[in-house]
Write a new protein. Sequence first.
Length: 411
Amino acid sequence: NILHSVSLVAVVMLFLSVNASPERNNLRCVADTEAGDDACSAEIDEVGLLQRPRRKDPVLGVTLSRGDCTGGNADPYASGYKPCCEGLQQCLGDWHVTSTWSYLCLSSCDHRPGPPVVSGLSICPKTVSLHSGHSIWNVAASSESCASSDGIRGDVGYACADSSGAVDWSSIYVDMDSVTNKVGCFVWETDDCQYPMKSVKHIDFDVEWEGCNNLWMAPLWTFSYPWAPDTNRQGLSGEIDFVEECAVPTIDTNLGCYDAGQGTGCVDSQEWGMGTSSNGPQHMTMTLDTEGNLDVQLCAISGTNCTSVASYTNYLNVVYPTTDGRNNVYKFMSDVFNDQAGDGGWSGCKAVQNSETTCKYAVTNIQIESNSDIPVFSDPTSKCYVLNAESSITMSKMATTSNSSLESQAS
């Protein structure tokens, strides 16, 4: 987005011109008129532990602008001027933490304080804004499992930096104590950084949380669209909830084994933690072997002392995204559901509205290791490149060097 520097006088005048109390609409599902009436129809799971988007067409982030207005989290001055769409406010702030002020269209101008300087979590010493263009994360457009009159909020989300200020753009830090109004549906996704699960050997990340008791929160999960369209069963959707407080107040890794129909071939919901605290940072690693078997292990932050907390035999040959010739892409999600039920997942996870929560969590160092000598994200100029495990980049460089050597010998 183009930033517009303004003088102090202009800032005051423009700030006063912001509409402070427009009519609010439910923004959980916003679709272009040409998408048709069924673009926002619900697919309800009556048992479920599911967390999937409501829209049937691919969600391309929260910026759902139309020809005559600017959508959520977008700059109304990005190209000429288009006013914010109905239900959004034109809000002035230093959104990119660059000491340069600009406008964004938000559900409320109260919803975007500056990032806290220190997180209080050891894996996230400092925090910076997600709105830099470098983060893999964006505020999601919708949610199936959480409903709110404020739509989807992202104002409690930041990226992590180390003590020297170096930013981990794969990271996400969520601080519910940074806002006064803690009731809402807070959801982020990596819509620009989707990946094919058939190319994955390992997914690794670090995670830490404090004060998240009595709150349906899921620091990291992944799924593929469309979500089990033939069966509407989570256990066949391919969704992997790596770290989720479900059922509240226990922390679990959930694969949807309750309706997967795989018997002992699918194991999850081991209640390996509590929402109160992670008791320091933890490391998690997911492995897919050459036969398509999935295993998720919880480890010490050093990557040692690992214990299997979920497994799915023959995963790639059972779930919808990777069967019948499909190789549908997945994306990461992170959320706090703290308003009201959107579907049966709310009761299934024993969710409650917690208006006093001080929950904070961080997910850092998300790495995807490829099962070939080609990294999952091959463009080094892409913001998604940060997701490649170092071993995948090294393997790719070795393969390139080897091929160059063979070509030289041949010539």
